[in-house]
Write a protein that binds this ligand. Structure first.
Ligand code: C5P
Length: 317
């Protein structure tokens, strides 16, 4: 009972108002990272993208964005990572897209406090972009329909539509067809360690390196969706990521980090997205912290996290 109560409190409801906080002059918004529980690559499409079925979940590692109105007719991005303080930044491009669609001349400055590692497989840039779309819609009371927002999100990147809702979802197509799933998360996975090897990986390069043997028919994502909706136990062999073989073969740092996570006490380790971040679930906080400390002593960047639903409660089973 105590255990249960502790966790329902731990997963206290985070309302939409907590994700986006606005006043007349300033708007704060959180952008959560994600992990992929499954990632089936069905095959390569004529347009060069790959057909996917992937189950994604937002986690409580987040970037904070602060939007302010400026007098100039432009978008400025100032980021705690200097490499991201430029026009290519997806958050800035999202604001520019909104202004273009509605011929808005009001300028905006985006201050971006980056905590989610970049090019890490955690969807940080995509989440920042979705956060800007949601923030501007709410702050400036824009007339976009959900379909407009989805369309803009998909034009910014395959993962961006998922972050409009976040939580737990099945994403198909190139990732932009999002079916939200009920907010349940397996109790044995209540704590997550995210280990970010010290390399960045290009998603495009990983997809290019796939061979036909990496393709599946979407069965792992279907099985995991079925288990989640039945609230039955997840089978570790179904937590399949079709990009993992190629990444472990091509990037020895990731293969080594995976071995080190297992040696430090993790019982299950999976790649998130195209990596290099690996995640390992734990049912006990004490164990997760022990493993985290061991890995940090080896010089690894490791985050302790949990599943979150930006717009509501996460129920554990
Ligand atoms: O959509 P996004 O710009 O995030 O994708 C980055 C790159 O990853 C694409 O240019 C493409 O090479 C690859 N990709 C893919 N199939 C997907 C998603 C991404 O091949 N479903």
């Amino acid at each position: 009972m105590l255990d249960k109560r502790g966790f329902s409190m731990h997963n206290a409801c985070m309302s939409h108002a907590q994700r986006v906080q606005t006043s007349r002059d300033v708007c704060f918004v959180r952008a959560y990272a994600k992990i992929n529980l499954t990632l089936d690559v069905l095959g390569r499409r004529a347009d060069g993208y790959h057909e996917l079925a992937t189950v994604m979940q937002t986690v409580d590692l987040y970037d904070t964005l602060c939007l302010t109105a400026i007098d100039d007719n432009q978008v400025q991005v100032i980021c705690t990572s200097p490499a991201l303080s430029n026009d290519e930044n997806l958050a800035g491009r999202a604001a520019q897209l909104v202004r273009q669609r509605l011929a808005i001349t009001q300028g905006v400055r985006i201050e971006l406090y980056k905590r989610i590692p970049m090019a890490a497989g955690l969807g940080g840039g995509s989440s920042d972009a979705a956060a800007v779309l949601l923030a501007l819609q709410q702050w400036w009371q824009l007339p976009f329909t959900p379909a407009d927002l989805l369309d803009m999100a998909a034009s910014l990147g395959s993962d961006v539509p998922f972050f409009l809702t976040g939580g737990l979802a099945l994403c198909e197509g190139r990732g932009e067809r999002v079916s939200p799933l009920p907010a349940y998360w397996p109790l044995p996975m209540r704590w997550l360690l995210l280990l970010k090897p010290s390399i960045g990986i290009s998603t495009a390069a990983v997809f290019r390196s796939l061979s036909a043997s990496d393709y599946t028919d979407g069965r792992y994502s279907r099985l995991v969706c079925g288990a989640l909706s039945a609230r039955s136990e997840l089978q570790s062999e179904n937590l399949h990521n079709g990009l993992e073989r190629s990444v472990l073969n091509s990037y020895p740092e990731v293969a080594r980090a995976r071995e080190d996570l297992l040696a430090a006490g993790a019982s299950l380790v999976r790649l998130s997205g195209s990596g290099p971040t690996l995640f390992a679930p734990f049912s006990e906080l004490a164990k997760a912290i022990e493993v985290q400390r061991r890995l940090q002593a080896q010089g690894y960047e490791v985050y302790l996290s949990r599943a979150v639903s930006p717009d509501g409660d996460v129920n554990l089973f």
